[in-house]
Design a protein around this ligand. Structure first.
Ligand code: ATP
Ligand code: MG
Length: 407
């Protein structure tokens, strides 16, 4: 079956009250953005629904793009037919044949039902009559089927609209969630690991617009690990459009802190420094939260005490979408968004530079603050790191197409 058009449905969350219009608009913009490479498409808005006429463009290619539009609940490929009984029956047979071919895994009878909705009341048969007329013709034309209205394997839906009939059975799941950027903006702290890109995806799906922040210790960490981060952002931008990536040189801060303090709270102090730099970047970008990839208990440093001591370094909320997720669940999402294979490539982490012999898993906030208060040069160091930050735009696929320093 080669569909004539696609019908789009919003995610359930988007049905709520006055936000609906704003969400619809945001989704439509994104749909048009991702479908720009298909010039023959025709977009139709009708009674709060969006249809895309394919005009010969490839449904499978378009489906891949639509699966990445945040806030889209689902969509269906649709056959159309003129408003005339025989034409509707023929199209229904064709759609059912295609659905059966997709469905059939073993040679048992497939249960189906036909659900007709007559929007156009001038059509001569009502929906009950049409259910029988179309269902009967399908039974005669497609072998191996049985009607079961209570528990069908396949439900073929037919809408008799003003101009034409729409016929479909397949429902393709979208990402759901909120449309891009409809819940504000946050800074994503992105390492090269598995977790933070997944945290970024979940934040995007919750309607947050993101800018990414990566700390590197060049030349102690390689160009390659920076490249890896750019590729990860490239994967996220398939959902988000172009994303800003701030590359923060962290070597100087690390070296100075390490010269002043080498004990077991070193990692806590360095992480606090990373958070404070991120907060400064957030201020400059109009972002009002920080997103990170911690998962409670996953590694020794991800304890409540540690997260408390680190999170309190900043005054804006720290969002940790993975906090209660299992590693397997995180990995499944990483595979789905295609970041897993990039993340597992070996890389150096800036935080492993100058690791103390036994990092504390139970840092005391007062002690940490008192150590920091003796580093009266620290604030100026953080400001300098912000100043030296290189900001680049990353497109889908990971190329960069322009760059500027943060200020
Ligand atoms: P990930 O898999 O995302 O690397 P992780 O399990 O290795 O996370 P940590 O090393 O404890 O965990 O880092 C916790 C979080 O801190 C990361 O998920 C990320 O949000 C942030 N982070 C760590 N290193 C960096 C870095 N070099 N640049 C930016 N953010 C970082
Ligand atoms: Mg990591």
């Amino acid at each position: 079956m080669i569909p004539d058009l696609i019908v789009l449905r919003l995610g359930e969350l988007t049905l709520k009250g006055k936000n609906r219009h704003r969400f619809e608009k945001a989704i439509n913009e994104q749909v048009r953005r991702v479908l720009r490479p298909f010039p023959k498409l025709n977009f139709i808005r009708e009674f709060g629904r969006v249809y895309i006429e394919l005009n010969g463009e490839s449904f499978p290619h378009i489906a891949e793009k639509l699966k990445k539009v945040l806030g889209l609940g689902s969509f269906s490929p649709v056959l159309t037919a003129p408003l005339e009984l025989e034409a509707v029956r023929l199209a229904a047979q064709e759609a059912m044949q295609a659905a059966v071919t997709d469905y059939r895994t073993k040679e048992t009878e497939i249960k189906f039902k036909v659900t007709v909705r007559r929007v156009n009341k001038s059509f001569p048969y009502d929906s009950q009559q049409m259910n029988k007329l179309v269902g009967g013709s399908i039974l005669r034309a497609v072998p191996g089927l049985k009607v079961d209205v209570n528990n069908p394997d396949i439900e073929l839906k037919i809408e008799l609209r003003d101009e034409r009939a729409l016929i479909f059975s397949q429902v393709v799941e979208g990402t759901g969630g909120f449309p891009l950027g409809t819940n504000g903006k946050a800074m994503l702290m992105l390492s090269g690991g598995i977790d933070s890109p997944v945290a970024g995806f979940l934040a995007l799906r919750q309607g947050l617009k993101l800018e990414a922040v990566h700390f590197h210790s060049y030349p102690y960490t390689s160009e390659r690990s920076q490249q890896k981060v750019k590729e990860l952002v490239g994967k996220l931008s398939a959902y988000a459009g172009d994303i800003k990536l701030h590359m923060v040189p962290f070597t100087s801060v690390q070296t100075k802190v390490h010269q002043a303090y080498k004990q077991n709270l070193l990692i806590t102090i360095l992480r606090r420094a990373m958070f404070r730099i991120t907060e400064k970047l957030a201020d400059g970008s109009g972002a009002s939260a920080i997103v990170t990839g911690e998962s409670l208990g996953q590694v020794a440093s991800q304890t409540l005490a540690s997260m408390n001591a680190i999170g309190r370094a900043v005054g804006i909320p720290v969002i940790q979408p993975l906090i209660c997720m299992e590693k397997q669940q995180i990995i499944r999402i990483a595979e789905m968004i295609d970041t897993f294979d990039i993340s597992i490539q070996p890389h150096e982490d800036c935080c492993t530079l100058f690791l103390p012999p036994s990092p504390s898993t139970n840092p005391n906030l007062r002690v940490v603050e008192s150590i920091e208060s003796k580093m009266e040069w620290l604030e100026a160091e953080l400001d300098e790191a912000v100043k030296q930050t290189e900001t680049i735009w990353i497109q889908e696929g990971g190329q960069r197409h322009s760059h500027a320093s943060f200020f």
